[in-house]
Design a protein around this ligand. Structure first.
Ligand code: SF4
Ligand code: SF4
Length: 123
């Protein structure tokens, strides 16, 4: 039983600064976008200190920055079928901490549109 609803969330997990990518992830993205692995690596990924490959990001009005594949109007992933393993696994155990927090605050503030913001300004 899943205790969160991504359709009611503006996509917080996609705003994580580090979306790690394995070779297999890059290969899957390449296939999904009809590119070579090299092309996909250049277009979609960047190197980040401490990590080999991470997803490139873009500007987002809500969280500051978000995954380059995120549709910032519809608030959803545009590469769902070829998304990386880390996105497939998240949040993992049937609960999402951010969603729990969002739900609590929306009830407490009696505001169904409330969004909890994060500060990734150091990224
Ligand atoms: S932060 Fe949680 S509720 Fe929001 S999109 Fe991600 S998994 Fe879904
Ligand atoms: S690939 Fe899709 S699910 Fe993964 S972070 Fe990017 S937009 Fe979110």
């Amino acid at each position: 039983m899943v205790a969160y609803n991504c359709k009611k969330c503006p996509g917080y997990c996609c705003s994580y600064p580090v979306i790690t990518l394995t070779k297999r992830d890059v290969k899957r993205l390449a296939k999904g976008h009809e590119l070579t692995v090299d092309e996909a690596r250049k277009k979609f990924t960047r190197e980040a200190h401490g990590y080999k490959r991470v997803m490139k990001r873009k500007k987002d009005d809500i969280y500051g920055k978000i995954c380059r594949f995120f549709d910032t109007d519809k608030r959803r992933c545009t590469t769902y079928d070829s998304r990386p393993a880390v996105c497939r696994d998240f949040p993992g155990d049937g609960r999402c901490g951010y969603y729990d927090f969002l739900k609590f605050e929306r009830n407490a503030q009696e505001d169904k549109t409330y969004i909890a913001l994060t500060d990734h300004s150091e990224d």
